[in-house]
Design a protein around this ligand. Structure first.
Ligand code: BEZ
Ligand code: FE2
Length: 413
């Protein structure tokens, strides 16, 4: 048993002062050190630095590790030139992206306090790294392919990758899951099979949805920049589905939709009515010129995610949260900071079906300690100071074990 003591703890009831958390693999209690020692007299006491705050480990629900090699290869600024640059550079980027590079990015996530992430896997190339990294990983095997001719082959390959992620050792903390690439790139027959499979096996399900204006125009009227793209690369000039048909295919199974920047109020209401959620990727949306998701109008749960280095400059959750503070400049900043912390902890865990994200009894003891440079004046300001001042967290625990980015103290396998 360990007892972690800090000036503040972020709990489901807000920030509590001068308390401590008792945990082994799971959290046992939050109480005064005195009371906890009465129940657990043998516990190891760990005192954090002054001005520290204990948070549940942060959760990055959507990241593409396989694209970690991109620095300046891809074209940022506008969605279609970016997608063209992905097609042109994909093979080379994949080739130079080895396990070492992906593991360094898992380290970078860990240093920013990320203890769980959703890995969107196009090829299964990051499975080994996800097995080795100490973090919990929801491994989203991605299904892609709009051409019916290749549907069987692509589905077979997808099933093989899914099977591989289903055969992991429980110590590796991998949850197998399914990702649909997008409405424009997945044939409705494939989509239906994948949704049914997710539902039958209760696998988390995710899909990119209405990221760009070009996607909306193509799905609505079969025109615009995606028409040129499909004519060039796929020799077709008609979309395989439309917004309505794609969206209703998920009606009976809660899904984590990524982006939704170009969704209308009616479409967002439909997503909300059906119990879905959104992964909000502020920097990715800004870098690809896709627009701003109006999070102030959402009435469904949302997470905040980095997306991959194919549309970002780092996988730090705190870099992402600072960007979110700037992007949503009309939302009062203290309120927004509180929402962002909740979105990347409790809400993200609920969305991915993980038993973490809250500091309360019976949750996994996945914790991130951040240390502020000075004492906050009021509890209401802690969320904002945490986001503004945290470049790296000071300590991370996963399932009760202290982990370091270089994995010196603990290895996952
Ligand atoms: C497709 O298979 O249709 C597709 C693949 C990648 C990007 C866009 C479309
Ligand atoms: Fe993505």
């Amino acid at each position: 048993m360990k007892i972690l003591v800090a000036d503040y703890i972020y709990t489901p009831n807000g920030y509590v002062e001068y308390q401590a958390v008792a945990f082994d693999k799971q959290i046992k209690a939050v109480d005064s050190l005195e009371n906890l020692l009465q129940t657990y007299p043998e516990a190891q006491i760990i005192r954090t630095e002054p001005h520290s705050v204990i948070y549940p480990g942060f959760i990055n629900t959507h990241v593409h590790l396989e694209f970690s090699a991109n620095k300046t290869s891809l074209k940022y600024g506008s969605f279609m030139p970016w997608l063209d640059s992905v097609i042109a550079n994909r093979d080379e980027l994949m080739q130079v992206c080895d396990n070492k590079m992906m593991m360094q990015e898992c380290d970078a996530m860990l240093r920013s306090g990320i203890t769980s992430f959703g890995a969107i896997s196009s090829f299964g190339a990051e499975l080994e790294v996800c097995q080795q990294t100490p973090q919990r990983v929801v491994f989203f095997n991605e299904l892609i392919g709009s051409n019916a001719q290749y549907a069987d082959i692509l589905y077979g390959d997808f099933l093989e990758r899914l099977n591989a992620s289903q055969s992991c050792n429980p110590d590796q903390r991998i949850t197998p899951a399914i990702a649909i690439h997008s409405p424009y790139s997945v044939h409705p027959v494939l989509l239906q099979k994948a949704v049914t499979l997710a539902k039958q096996n209760k696998l988390p399900l995710s899909a990119h949805f209405l990221e760009s204006q070009a996607e909306r125009e193509w799905l609505e009227s079969g025109s615009g920049e995606l028409k040129t793209f499909f004519e060039k690369y796929f020799n077709t000039s008609t979309p395989v589905t439309n917004i309505e048909e794609f969206m209703v295919a998920f009606d009976t199974y809660p899904t984590h939709f990524t982006h939704c920047v170009q969704a209308t109020k009616a479409e967002l209401k439909h997503l909300s009515d059906k119990g879905h959620s959104i992964a909000h990727c502020p920097r990715s949306n800004r870098y690809l010129g896709c627009g701003r998701l109006k999070i102030e109008e959402l009435d469904l749960p949302f997470s905040v995610a980095t997306d991959g280095l194919s549309s970002n400059d780092s996988l730090s959750i705190f870099d992402e949260l600072r960007a979110a503070l700037m992007l949503h400049n009309d939302i009062p900043i203290q309120t927004l900071a509180g929402q962002l912390i909740k979105a990347t902890t409790a809400d993200a865990a609920d969305i991915l079906g993980l038993n973490c994200g809250k500091i309360e009894a019976d949750k996994w003891a996945d914790l991130a300690v951040i240390t502020l440079p000075d004492m906050p004046q009021t509890k209401e300001e802690i969320a904002l100071w945490s986001i503004i001042h945290t470049k790296e967290v000071s300590e991370v625990y996963i399932e009760g074990i202290k982990v370091t980015p270089s994995f010196n103290e603990e290895e996952k396998v």
